[in-house]
Design a protein around this ligand. Structure first.
Ligand SMILES: [Zn+2]
Ligand SMILES: [Zn+2]
Length: 324
């Protein structure tokens, strides 16, 4: 067996490319080479996107595999040539005194072995440092897990989700133009309305997930994600744990807005936006009557986003409860 000395070299930012071995995923990311060598264990590497766990020898990118193959074949050629050299020289020496035949061997041009630094892709956007283990990695778009320890950061997933929703809302007008070219104006209108209604649902889901994670981190107690679907209920949970609820960070108006829009989202989710008795009694809304359909506008969802961001920052500032 020939072992080939391949030296790993990072790009100029210190990163090393990796690719998830899960065939359904193949997500590519970068990790600081130093962290890869010092922190990441041989037994467990986590895919930042799908959470797949595998041993550290499985994460080569297709590009790296190609280069390694080239390096290996050059190395093997070089090795064989060197072996041939040796045996021909021996043969040459042993036949030197033979007057009937003589082998001379002129060493040919060697295949030179250059240990290319593994190629790197151009600059990536998001640099993330794990809050738990300090590993630094870089991804395009979003990521959910630290490649080293598998930690899923509640706060970065939350702010990432809110940012995605905001960008989606920003592009609604462009989408409308696009849709009306492809379909017709009515269809485009319906599709965009559905996007806006959906984005309210996305806001609530992102917040619920975040609040549940933070509640567990802070109290060490379990919570159900649905507990944070109702504003009063979630606020009460935090109040009984740390002595204050959402009112610590939000004005009465802002709290009222969240209560109303969380209820509205519930109606979209479960009743296709059709107003019923239960909704009216829970919200005290007088602008609608039973059987009407709720209207949600882009600027309303944007306001919900702003309030959730504020509430999220507040919940993030609570320190975990120390056991007495
Ligand atoms: Zn993956
Ligand atoms: Zn980590």
């Amino acid at each position: 067996m020939i072992s080939i000395p391949v030296t790993l070299q990072s790009d100029e930012n210190g990163y090393f490319d990796r690719e998830c071995p899960n065939e359904n995923c193949l997500y590519q990311f970068k990790i600081k080479l130093k962290d890869w060598e010092d922190k990441v264990s041989d037994e467990e590497v986590h895919c930042p996107m799908c959470g797949h766990v595998d041993t550290s020898d499985k994460w080569w990118t297709q590009d790296q595999l190609e280069q390694i193959q080239k390096i290996a074949s050059n190395y093997a050629m070089n090795y064989i040539q060197a072996e041939l050299d040796k045996s021909f020289r021996r043969l040459e020496r042993s036949t030197r005194s033979n007057k009937f035949f003589k082998i001379t061997y002129k060493p040919g041009k060697r295949v030179s072995f250059i240990n290319n630094p593994i190629g790197q892709m151009p600059e990536w956007e998001q640099e993330i440092t794990c809050e738990k283990c300090g590993t630094t990695y870089s991804v395009i778009g979003s990521a959910y897990f630290c490649p080293c320890c598998g930690y899923n950061s509640a706060s970065s997933s939350f702010s990432e989700s809110l940012d995605t929703i905001q960008k989606m809302l920003d592009s609604v007008d462009q989408m409308k133009t696009l849709f009306s070219e492809k379909y017709d104006y009515d269809k485009a209108e319906t599709m965009c309305r559905s996007m806006i209604e959906g984005s309210l649902g996305d806001c609530v889901s992102a917040f619920q997930k975040f609040a549940e994670r933070r509640y567990i981190e802070i109290t060490g107690k379990n919570a159900r994600v649905n507990d944070f679907q109702i504003i009063e209920k979630g606020s009460n949970l935090f109040r009984s744990a740390v002595g204050y609820g959402y009112e610590k960070w939000l004005s009465e108006y802002e709290l009222g807005m969240l209560k109303l829009y969380f209820q509205r989202r519930h109606l979209f989710e479960h009743n296709n936006g059709m107003v019923d008795e239960q909704y009216l009694s829970k919200t005290g809304e007088t602008n609608y009557s039973v059987g009407q359909r709720l209207i949600i506008r882009k600027n309303e969802v944007e306001e919900v986003l702003k309030i959730l961001k504020k509430l999220g920052d507040g919940i993030l500032s609570i320190s975990p409860i120390q056991e007495a």
